[in-house]
Design a protein around this ligand. Structure first.
Ligand code: SF4
Length: 265
């Protein structure tokens, strides 16, 4: 596809607005001690207080609404009585039963328990039971992403998201933010496609577009794009006139992110 200069300029304007939104969200998160992950207050507190709960929350964030996912570690703790990795590592049956419910804590009742127990064993064996040792102060974004990727149930998308949350919400002083990126998430992809920031729906295209907008910290766009996609840029009937990007966006609403690759209606 040939990209016209005017279209490129409009896409970059949308990128600049997305970046401004991302920076605002970062400031809000810092001012609000991390912001809100879930509506369940004790679950929200646990995510912020316990690195192990945060890591398990990352495992939960797949295929269900984010607010429900981040409540998962707290509800799991309520059912099995602990989130101590040394104990969880030996509780395969209890974790499976707890996730299965009823009510189920997740839609992936077969795979999630295995990820949880596997993560607990890795934490016990490699990090002395402490998830914060995965992201010590001064570690690089690349190092932390590599360590997260070693956990079952954490791929590129979740590792990118986790690093951005650690930096933005928890203020973990990681270095090498230029190596951060946006998660290859369906909401993020849809926004990048419809604003014209990308014309092809691939992880590489999204990463390069984010780098072009903010080379020093491309991941700054991650939460902003995710929220725009969730709140306004819906798959059907996007709310362009209410959207944060409405004044600058190309509104290529015929574009959708489905599975892998771009579909144009
Ligand atoms: S909702 Fe409309 S204005 Fe907002 S990003 Fe999507 S297409 Fe653009």
């Amino acid at each position: 596809m040939r990209v016209l200069p005017r279209q490129r300029a409009a896409a970059l304007a949308a990128g600049a607005e997305l970046l401004a939104y991302g920076r605002e969200l970062g400031e809000q998160a810092a001012a609000q001690a991390g912001g809100a992950f879930t509506d369940l207050a004790p679950a929200d507190a646990l995510i912020k207080q316990s690195p192990e709960a945060f890591l398990l929350g990352v495992l939960f964030t797949q295929g269900i609404p984010a607010e429900r996912a981040w409540a998962g570690p707290y509800l799991l703790q309520q059912r099995v009585g602990t989130l101590d990795p040394r104990r969880l590592a030996c509780m395969s049956e209890e974790v499976a039963a707890a996730v299965a419910g009823p009510p189920a804590l997740h839609r992936f009742v077969r795979t999630l328990p295995g990820w949880i127990v596997s993560a607990a064993r890795r934490l016990r064996d490699e990090y002395s039971g402490s998830a914060s040792r995965i992201w010590p102060p001064g570690a690089s974004v690349s190092e932390v992403r590599e360590r997260l990727l070693a956990f079952e149930g954490i791929g590129e998308k979740k590792s990118a998201m986790a690093v951005e949350i650690l930096v933005r919400h928890f203020g973990v002083p990681l270095v090498g933010l230029e190596c951060g990126t946006v998660a290859y998430d369906v909401h993020v992809r849809r926004v990048f496609l419809r604003t014209g920031l990308v014309d092809v729906d691939t992880p590489t295209a999204l990463a390069e577009a984010a780098c072009a907008v903010c080379p020093e910290a491309p991941g700054t766009l991650d939460l902003a794009a995710w929220l725009v996609g969730r709140d306004w840029c819906r798959p059907r009937s996007p709310l362009c006139d209410q959207c944060r990007l409405g004044g600058v966006c190309l509104r290529l609403v015929e574009r959708s992110a489905t599975g892998v690759g771009v579909r144009r209606a």
